[in-house]
Design a protein around this ligand. Structure first.
Ligand code: FAD
Length: 288
């Protein structure tokens, strides 16, 4: 099995303590040589300036390739494209282009009257603006708003046709979910890379809530395993073993890239990467 290419997702910190935690996470994970790291854009566009600043700072100070998430929520087309231009001015040409989720409590996605109506419109506008590498979201267990799994894959195909060059998936619990999805994408004529999104489960209750909210299927055995691990205070052990096993199955099935949702905590992601043979690139001259 070859060493997979990895990438990491971070979110923008909202206070000083969280800022230090993000920087510690970046320091801990950057020696693993990620293909890129991405920075999320808060639901409802709530972290617009923060995302821009984190992206620019990471690009300038970390030496890593940085991708900025960008959504269509609560902004005019002009405002959204202005943010994209700011990313570019900061030296960041990689964008994860998303329709986005509405702010908490809002009922479904309502486009801004002068905003982009869909991720496809955003992707087209970014392609026209030129010079961006555009990644998009994909949903192995189906996006909750998609009428069917087939419709969801067809929609993903339209996102690629509009200008995306790679998709990063929502997390999932079983490799089978990803393989089924990959087969459907292939049948639909998608020939661009689809990179599995991997969530090392730091906090089971939070992960379960998130899975339920995003329509991610939770197998009964996972619920049972975490209940037992919680009882025995062995959650980290289970999470590391489960996540490593999932990644190994994906790699055995021909996957060569993994995108980790780090939640700004490096430990589990690092342990899983080590278990997969992804270790720091120690060159001889770096060894004391
Ligand atoms: P789309 O792919 O545009 O739509 C989702 C699904 O809904 C489609 O697959 C399709 O089946 C259906 N659909 C939507 N519109 C239509 C239509 N007009 N006609 C037919 N079907 C339609 N959210 C944030 O707020 N900030 C982030 O930084 C962020 N990062 C993410 C990163 C990744 C890798 C992923 C997978 C998700 C991320 N999200 C983020 C969550 C994302 O915003 C939500 O899942 C949102 O509900 C969908 O965004 P999208 O661009 O994937 O949507």
């Amino acid at each position: 099995m070859t060493r997979p290419d990895i990438s990491f997702e971070f979110f923008p910190p909202r206070n000083i303590e969280a800022t230090f935690r993000l920087w510690d996470t970046v320091q801990a994970l950057s020696p693993l040589g990620p293909r890129f790291v991405s920075v999320t854009y808060g639901a409802g566009g709530t972290t617009r300036e923060l995302t821009r600043d984190v992206v620019a700072t990471l690009h300038k100070n970390s030496g890593l390739k940085v991708a900025a998430h960008l959504t269509c929520v609560d902004a005019t087309r002009e405002e959204t494209l202005a943010i994209a231009r700011q990313f570019k001015d900061a030296g960041v040409n990689d964008i994860v282009a998303l329709r986005g989720d509405p702010p908490k409590g809002a009922n479904g996605f309502t486009p801004h009257p002068e905003g982009f109506n869909s991720s496809i419109e955003l992707i087209e506008a970014l392609r026209e603006a030129g010079d961006f590498t555009i990644r998009v979201g994909a949903y192995p267990d189906k996006h909750p708003e998609a009428p069917s799994a087939t419709a969801d894959v067809e929609y993903l195909k339209r996102k690629f046709d509009a200008g995306a060059s790679e998709a990063l998936t929502q997390f999932f619990f079983e490799a089978e979910s990803f393989f089924r999805f990959r087969d459907e994408c292939e049948k639909a004529g998608i020939d661009k890379p689809i990179v599995p999104g991997i969530l090392p489960i730091e906090n089971w209750k939070g992960a379960r809530r998130f899975a339920e909210a995003t329509g991610t299927k939770i197998p009964a055995w996972v619920i049972e395993a975490f209940e037992k691990a919680e009882r025995d205070d062995r959650q980290d052990l289970l999470a590391t073993a489960m996540c490593t096993e999932l990644c190994n199955e994906l790699l055995e099935g021909g996957v060569d890239k993994l995108h980790f949702y780090t939640l700004n905590r490096p430990e589990l992601t690092r342990d899983v990467c080590y278990a997969l043979g992804v270790t720091p690139d120690n060159k001889l001259e770096n060894v004391a």
